[in-house]
Design a protein around this ligand. Structure first.
Ligand code: F6P
Length: 535
């Protein structure tokens, strides 16, 4: 019997067991939760019991999670399809212990870049690095995917710490995006940051040129108000951006893991270098926890195992990320890229078809908004959606403490009601109070039944500070890593995004009428014809 078979059997045997019954055991909540410092991950409201957990932990041990983890931190080329190491963790290694790659310590170069970033960010904030019209009032980050989602998410998340110019983000090649972002801005006091690891991404380069044109004619030398975050120095020079405003990073930093280095520039300008260091410190603390905590107490490992239990074993197709924090409204999108670009693969490391389901569909919105939109399906729909709640015990708005109390009550109420549900008899009593009788009482009651027994986890922490955000992001990065190791996936490449890019490049001349659609499939031809028929 393999461990997977044991887990599948366990899932079958307990599928009708009520999660609430597990709380009859003493200390259920304490035993099925884990702490790292002042963060608590509670997975007691899932159907995982001691036997299941033991099998899941065995899965992690058999997959040699610890060996793979150590290989990642020590700079082995674990991204085998691109022949690259995975060392984004070095970017947040602010303790400064050496990190060796190919026989060289990478920390001096990382620290040098961090220091240059800090000088630049401090200069922008203090008005030493100025626009033609004076102090920089607005910073526009142009990038996409990992060069956008991270800084956009983090700038919003840390709004209470903003003390610098306003930050804006342009990602979509849709001209509406750059148009609407630039429209209210003054070109003479705007700094444009072109964020692209490769400096070839069509969306980013098209938007960068549009921003350059927007400045041209108003600003004498637009390039002076541009900075670049990229590994491709030759291309940034070709674009005309002076070397002192180019901040590079190595190919062992994947796009979706790049917020910790130069891609975090807009965040650093917004919150200041010191708070940015706190953010890095939080990530480094989670790294230390991941490296040293025993598996049963290891937050990233536990998150991964709960995820695998729900998706690969129980077969629940999606996972909802539900931060009860309006400022984390972009976090689900950020985790979407992190999880789906990393583990949305069809073959394992050796190139063979994957034996299990790949990573789940990840989606979500902040609470309480989601409650008034899609929670209906989560409570009563036919698909079970494991929910991952996250919330801070305290908000930043001390004058609105009562609102934070309401927010917390809503968060706890959701996980409680998902687990408990409401049975038919209770629904019938409610309908009796409403004076329904006979068949109509039964009909009305059946609409008000909640099957319950829907699993959820809760991550709770004192307050959303820069270091806490750093910890949360690193926690999820490592969770995705552990899931990938257990599934035998290369979590660090993204070949699945290439085909669409190639075809878009080929279709551009056809859509614009410079080339014929001959040879294209019937649907594509018809759509091209429609576009061209519109004057
Ligand atoms: O399209 C996929 C992707 O390569 C992501 O992995 C990456 O985050 C994004 O594009 C942007 O890439 P770049 O930073 O090179 O512009």
């Amino acid at each position: 019997m393999t461990i997977w078979n044991n887990l599948n059997d366990a899932a079958e045997n307990i599928k009708d067991r009520k999660i609430i019954s597990l709380f009859d055991a003493p200390q259920r909540a304490q035993n099925f939760s884990a702490r790292f410092d002042d963060m608590v991950f509670d997975y007691s409201k899932t159907n995982i019991d001691e036997d299941v957990l033991a099998q899941l932990l065995k899965l992690a041990t058999t997959a040699k999670v610890c060996r793979h983890r150590d290989a990642m931190f020590s700079g082995e080329k674990i991204n085998q399809t691109e022949g690259r190491a995975v060392l984004h963790t070095a970017l947040r290694n602010i303790g400064g212990d050496p990190v060796m790659f190919g026989g060289t310590d990478v920390m001096p170069k990382i620290n040098e870049t961090l220091n240059r970033m800090e000088d630049f960010a401090a200069g922008v904030r203090a008005g030493r690095m100025r626009g033609q019209g004076g102090k920089i009032t607005d910073v526009v980050n142009i990038g996409i995917g990992g060069s956008d989602l991270g800084p956009a998410m983090a700038c919003l998340a840390l709004a209470p710490y903003h003390t610098g110019p306003k930050t804006h983000f342009v990602s979509n090649v849709d001209g509406a995006h750059i148009n609407d972002v630039l429209k209210p801005l003054n070109p003479e006091t705007t700094l444009v940051i072109v964020a692209s690891k490769t400096f070839t991404t069509i969306e980013t380069m098209t938007n960068a040129r549009a921003a350059f044109n927007w400045m041209t004619g108003v600003v004498k030398n637009p390039a002076n108000q541009f900075a670049a975050l990229s590994s491709a120095e030759d291309k940034t020079t070709e674009f005309g951006i002076a070397q002192e405003r180019v901040f590079g990073f190595e190919d062992w930093v994947g796009g979706r893991y790049s917020l910790w280095g130069p891609i975090g520039m807009s965040l650093m300008i917004a919150i200041g270098p010191e708070e940015f260091r706190d953010f890095l410190r939080g990530g480094a603390q989670m790294d230390a926890h991941f490296k040293t905590a025993e598996l049963r107490q290891n937050l990233p490992v536990l998150l991964a195992l709960v995820g695998i239990w729900h998706h690969q074993v129980c077969g629940y197709p999606t996972r909802a990320i539900l931060p009860y924090d309006q400022r984390l409204s972009r976090l689900p999108a950020y985790f979407q890229q992190l999880e789906m670009e990393s583990n949305g693969k069809g073959v394992s490391m050796d190139g063979n078809e994957l034996k299990y389901a790949s990573g789940p569909i990840v989606w979500g919105e902040p609470g309480t908004n989601g409650q008034h939109a899609f929670y209906q399906l989560i409570h009563q729909g036919t698909d079970v959606v494991p929910c991952e709640f996250m919330v801070a015990a305290q908000g930043h708005e001390t004058a609105l403490k009562h609102q934070h109390t309401l927010l917390l009550a809503n968060c706890l109420a959701q996980s409680e009601s998902l687990m408990l549900g409401r049975d038919f008899d209770t629904a019938m009593s409610l309908m009796a109070v409403k004076k329904f009788t006979g068949k109509e009482q039964i009909r009305q009651a059946s609409h008000r039944v909640f099957k319950g027994n829907r699993p959820s986890t809760t991550l709770i922490y004192p307050k959303l500070t820069p270091s806490m955000l750093g910890r949360i992001i690193a926690l999820y990065e490592h969770r995705v890593f552990v899931e990938g190791v257990i599934l035998g996936i290369n979590s660090f490449d993204q070949w699945g995004v290439e085909l669409g890019k190639e075809l878009a490049t080929a279709l551009e001349p056809i859509v614009s009428g410079k080339a014929s659609a001959e040879g294209k499939d019937g649907s594509t031809k018809m759509l091209v014809e429609f576009i061209q028929s519109i004057e």
